[in-house]
Design a protein around this ligand. Structure first.
Ligand code: G
Ligand code: G
Ligand code: MN
Ligand code: NA
Length: 256
């Protein structure tokens, strides 16, 4: 409750910040986009991770104004980076969207607003949803997702493979990107049987003609294995941690 009270003021006080983790093309190792991740710089407690405060924001409904700010900020940054670093395919920006945001009636408006204010091509905005966001009311969620997709944004299924219904999910909702959870990527250091799971997940994505992103790539061995599996994209500490805006921009310049 105390955290909730403080979070209410945090947005206005400028205590919420975004960091950006690069997404890398495995074939070329070029940066092709970023995932925006929320951070709370608490004046007394110091940095608080989203694992602690996003659930609080969800329960209180604060995730709605916070999510609106995240969309505006991330697309504004994307627009700047796209102008400074033009590519054949414009740099992408992925934003996490939680269950509460998806269930509420304002997400579509906030996405529309962010797209028009920033001017980025809708297809360069990737909205990441987890399976848990989708368990509640499947037909309502499917309708919301279809509206978002009709704007031209892309949808990613985040933490893929960790939920209990991943596969039925894929059949029911149209997504464009599959993000393989890092718990599976870490298996690539283990036995051949474990690696077979990653092989299966990448193949599944490819067969469904989805873009496949491996999360949490930490070692060169994992990267090489994923490349051999023809996984498209990767994120992880091997390439870069989530970075403050200026550091992300330096890395981007290196990638031109
Ligand atoms: O950055 P970190 O790995 O600590 O993020 C932890 C979790 O917090 C991630 O799983 C992510 O889904 C969630 N998260 C990060 N940023 C945002 C955000 O802007 N909005 C929402 N809804 N969730 C976020
Ligand atoms: O759930 P989601 O995928 O949105 O969360 C991404 C989170 O994963 C971020 O909080 C980020 O800090 C974390 N992360 C990113 N790369 C790595 C990695 O290589 N290893 C680990 N352990 N965590 C990572
Ligand atoms: Mn994510
Ligand atoms: Na994830």
């Amino acid at each position: 409750i105390e955290l909730e009270r403080q979070l209410t003021g945090a947005l206005e006080a400028g205590q919420l910040r975004l960091v950006y983790q690069p997404v890398v093309d495995l074939a070329t190792e070029r940066v092709v986009g970023f995932e925006a991740l929320l951070r709370w710089h608490h004046p007394v407690l110091g940095p608080i991770g989203p694992d602690r405060f996003v659930p609080v924001a969800e329960d209180s409904g604060l995730i709605v104004p916070i999510g609106r700010w995240v969309l505006a900020e991330a697309t504004r940054t994307a627009a700047r980076w796209q102008r400074a670093h033009p590519r054949d395919t414009p740099l992408s920006m992925a934003v996490n969207v939680s269950a509460r945001q998806l269930a509420g009636g304002t997400l579509l408006g906030h996405v529309t607003e962010a797209l028009s204010a920033s001017g980025i091509p809708p297809s360069s905005l990737v909205l990441e949803v987890t399976e848990t966001a989708l368990v509640t009311d499947r037909s309502a969620v499917a309708a919301r997702l279809a509206e978002l997709r009709a704007l031209g944004t892309r949808l990613a299924l985040d933490d893929f493979g960790t939920g209990y219904s991943s596969l039925s999910w894929l059949r029911q909702f149209d997504v464009d990107v599959l993000k393989i959870d890092r718990s599976f990527v870490s298996l690539l250091d283990g036995s051949p049987d474990d690696a077979a799971i990653v092989h299966g997940l990448v193949q599944l994505g490819r067969t469904l003609r989805l873009e496949v992103v491996a999360e949490g790539v930490e070692t060169a061995a994992q990267r090489d294995r994923l490349r051999a599996e023809r996984c498209d994209l990767a994120q992880g500490y091997l390439f870069a941690q989530p970075l403050e805006e200026p550091d992300a921009e330096l890395l981007l310049a290196d990638s031109d």
